[in-house]
Structures are given as C-alpha cells and as structure tokens.
Design a protein around this ligand. Structure first.
Ligand SMILES: Nc1ncnc2c1ncn2[C@@H]1O[C@H](COP(=O)(O)OP(=O)(O)O)[C@@H](O)[C@H]1O
Ligand SMILES: [Mg+2]
Length: 444
C-alpha cells in the first residue's frame, strides 16, 4: 500500500501502531483482570469452606441484597438425618470426591467445588456454578478494558490534530511559492518555519536567487542586443537618406520607399524590445507621481493626424484630472500602445473613445474601439510577447500588449481586455486600473 501524502502516511502508521497496541493491551488487561477475579472467588470459597468445616452449617441464608446466582451452596457429603436436601433440584455430590478445590460436572452445569473433611470424619462441600463465576469475572474484566477503548479513539483524534498542525507550515510554504509572480522573486521568509523545513526553504531561496540572476541576464541580453542593433539601423537610415538625395530613377524611388518602411518597422521593433526589457526590471523602484490626464491628452493629440488619415473619430468620452504613481515615459508608452492598437484595428469611419476617470481609490483608463475585437480563443494568449491575433492588422510586432501589461504591473496597476458585444459593439474595451494619488482629485 502506497500512501502519497505525508499526512496520510503518518496517520496510517500511527493508527496501526495505536490500534495494535490498544488491542494487545486490552487483551492482556482483560485476561489478568479475569484471572484475578476467579482467584478472588476461589478465596471466598476457601473462606466459606473453612467456616463450614468448623461448624455444622446448612445452606447459607439467602440475603435479599445478594445476587441469587452468586450464592455459595453448602452440601454435606455425609448427610446426617435431618440435614436438608441440596439446594433446588441439584443431584447429590458423589461421596468419593477428594479434598480440595476442583471443577466438576453437576447436573447440566460445571461447578467449582471445595471439599473438606472435618475432625469427626464428616465431609462437607461448598460450591458455585462456574458460569456465574465467569460472568462476574468477565464483568469486572470488561470494566478494566473500557478506559482503554476510550483512550484509543481519543489518541487518534489528538494525533490527527497534531499532524495537521505540524504540517501546516508546509502547505503555507507551497501557497507562498504559488503566489509568486515571475517578476517578484524575493526570498521566502525563514522565521516561523520549523527546523526540519529550513534546509528546504534555504535551497528554494538559492534556486529563486539563481532564477532571478537568469532573468536579469536574459533581460540584459535582450536590452543589449536591441541596443547594439540600434546603431546599424541608424546608419542604414542615414544611407537611405543619402540615396534619396542621389537622384534615383522612378523605379529606384519605389524600392527605396519599401526599404524605408522596412527600416522603420525594424526600428520600431527595437524600441519595443528595449521597452519590454526596461519595464521588466525591479518592481520596487521608487515611482514619481505623474499627471496622467496630461500624458493621455498629449498622446491623443499626437495620434489625431493618424486617426484623421484613417477617418476614425478619436476623442474623449470623459477625462478627469488624475495623478497616478508611475514613470511618465512608461505611462506614455502604455497609452500610445493601447490607442495605436485601437486605431489600427478599427475600420475607416469607426470610433475610438478614450476615458480617464477616478472611482474611489482607483484610476481607470479605458480605450474602447469599434474594431472586430479579439477571438475568445486568443484572448488568453494576447499578452504573450510576439503573439499576434488572427485578426491583427497593420505591421505590428506582437509586443505592444506585453509591454502594456508589464508597464501596468510595474506601476502596480492591472489591465483587462473585454470584447464589447452588440448593441454597442463589436469592438474591444481595454481597461487599465491604477491606484490614485490622493491630492489631485478635482474634476476637469
Ligand atoms: N483594439 C484591438 N482590436 C482588435 N484586436 C486587437 C486590438 N488590440 C490588440 N489586438 C490583437 O492583439 C494582438 C497583439 O497586440 P499587440 O501586442 O499590441 O501586438 P501588435 O499590435 O504589434 O500586433 C494584435 O495582433 C491583435 O490581433
Ligand atoms: Mg500593438
């Protein structure tokens, strides 16, 4: 039998042990108490026997308070005239019984008999049915076993509680590990942890440390690679500008344009990669307060020409003066990515509504568009780097939403994407929520 849980193993092992010990102890206690009670009854027989051998006693009188079955019966083996017949309808005892204690069959029952010979040669027997003696002995023996019988379940309950308590730090530890997000790899605390678990916690902490170092290395590699690629891309751009001035044929100009577009896309990808690597860093960095409404207005103003070019109605549904704790450059990047996505996926003639408002302690930025929305099957993967949905339009990198989410989390906020169904949709609503900074709460 294999029990996979430590709790189960401990409990099963201890239960087997306790029940086993309990049964053995119960059996022994019963036997000893039983034998003791039988010996006690023999002693009584001996006492009554010695009384009966001293004087000529007939049957002991039946006292009201004595259990009739427990009574000791006295028989004269050599009856004199006038002696009463043996009690009830018991057959007479044989004359030739030897002196002393013995167990014999008398009628249908077993009897325990003590035979004595008096000085005058007459003989007397005192006796009790063994069934009665056994019953009395069993009763008293059972009474010694009862407390044991109560002790075993009591002990098992206690053990269950102790095991549960002792193993609680383990489940707590697992919960803490599960709650860890990849970006926050701070060590597990060691105080309050049982001694046996300390080496385990220490090695988990060393592992977390190594993972943290690995993350750092990976981040630095991406940032360095993107950074290193910037110079050749800039050099390429300069060369393209030079070519433009060199006076090309019509065909050459067309090709040059597509080369320029390619270089722009690559430069954009590099910027996004750099951003992704940058905002992955230390989440506990000290954040300044930023006037979020000003940032949002700037980005919207910046993107208005793009919206007009695509005949999309970009505007504010609601805007309040709010500040949030966060890096302004990062916040601007977040807003730009969201509105850029909305503009890119909304067909000509559609709308993109931006709202910024405060509700209690929460500041919400909402960007709602009238595009196709995101397929339900893809909505879980949409924040993965380089993932682009099957309905994506334009030449994106698939990094935008990853960056948005990292920035939101970096600034202790969260993002939620939701498809807007009919009658207001189809479309996508992107909501980013931050904690408000308390001072600036006046309405615009
Ligand atoms: N407003 C939107 N409407 C519809 N689909 C969207 C919208 N925003 C993002 N998506 C989907 O999410 C994918 C990932 O977005 P993102 O990470 O910004 O990458 P990119 O914009 O570079 O494609 C997009 O490829 C697109 O399929
Ligand atoms: Mg995007």
């Amino acid at each position: 039998m294999l029990i996979s849980s430590l709790r189960g193993r401990l409990f099963a092992g201890l239960t087997v042990f306790i029940v086993g010990t309990g049964v053995a102890a119960g059996y022994l206690a019963f036997r000893w108490a039983f034998e003791e009670a039988i010996e006690l009854q023999d002693a009584i027989l001996l006492q009554v026997g010695s009384l009966a051998s001293k004087s000529h006693l007939t049957d002991l009188p039946a006292e009201g308070s004595i259990d009739g079955e427990a009574r000791v019966v006295i028989d004269e083996l050599t009856p004199r005239p006038g002696d009463p017949a043996p009690a009830g309808s018991l057959p007479r005892l044989p004359q030739d019984l030897p002196d002393g204690l013995q167990t014999i069959k008398r009628g249908a029952e077993q009897w325990r008999i003590l035979v004595r010979t008096r000085k005058d040669g007459s003989r007397v027997a005192v006796g009790q049915p063994t069934a009665n003696r056994d019953e009395v002995a069993q009763d008293s023996a059972l009474r010694t076993v009862v407390p044991l019988g109560l002790l075993v379940p009591g002990l098992m309950l206690l053990i269950g509680i102790v095991i549960d308590r002792s193993l609680r730090p383990l489940s707590k530890l697992a919960e803490r590990l599960d709650a860890k997000q990849s970006a926050h790899l701070e060590k597990l605390p060691t105080d309050g942890i049982p001694k046996e678990l300390l080496p385990f916690v220490a090695s988990i902490n060393r592992l977390l440390d190594r993972i943290g170092t690995m993350f750092d290395k990976q981040r630095r590699f991406v940032a360095d690679a993107a950074h290193e690629l910037r110079s050749p891309i800039t050099a390429l751009s300069v060369q393209v500008e030079n070519l433009e001035r060199a006076g090309l044929s019509e065909d050459g100009r067309v090709r040059l344009e597509s080369l320029k577009a390619g270089i722009r896309r690559t430069a954009h990808l590099l910027e996004q990669l750099l951003a992704l690597a940058r905002y992955d860093a230390d989440a506990d960095a000290e954040m300044p307060d930023s006037e979020f409404d000003r940032i949002v207005k700037e980005i919207v103003a910046d993107l208005l020409p793009v919206a007009q070019e695509r005949s999309i109605d970009l505007g504010f549904a609601r805007i309040e003066n709010v500040s949030v704790r966060g890096d302004p450059v990062a916040l601007a990047m977040l807003v730009r990515n969201l509105i850029d996505n909305a503009l890119r996926h909304t067909p000509a003639g559609g709308r993109v509504d931006v709202s910024l408002f405060r509700q209690g302690e929460a500041v919400t930025l909402q960007v709602v568009d009238t595009g196709p929305g995101i397929l339900d099957a893809e909505i879980d993967r949409i924040f993965e780097p380089f993932f682009r949905g099957s309905r994506s339009r334009g030449d994106g990198t698939g990094l935008g939403l990853s960056i948005v989410r990292r920035i939101a989390e970096w600034c202790h906020g969260s993002i939620r994407l939701e498809n807007v169904g009919p009658p207001d949709g189809p479309g996508l609503s992107a909501c980013v929520t931050f904690t408000a900074v308390s001072e600036t709460t006046s309405q615009a």
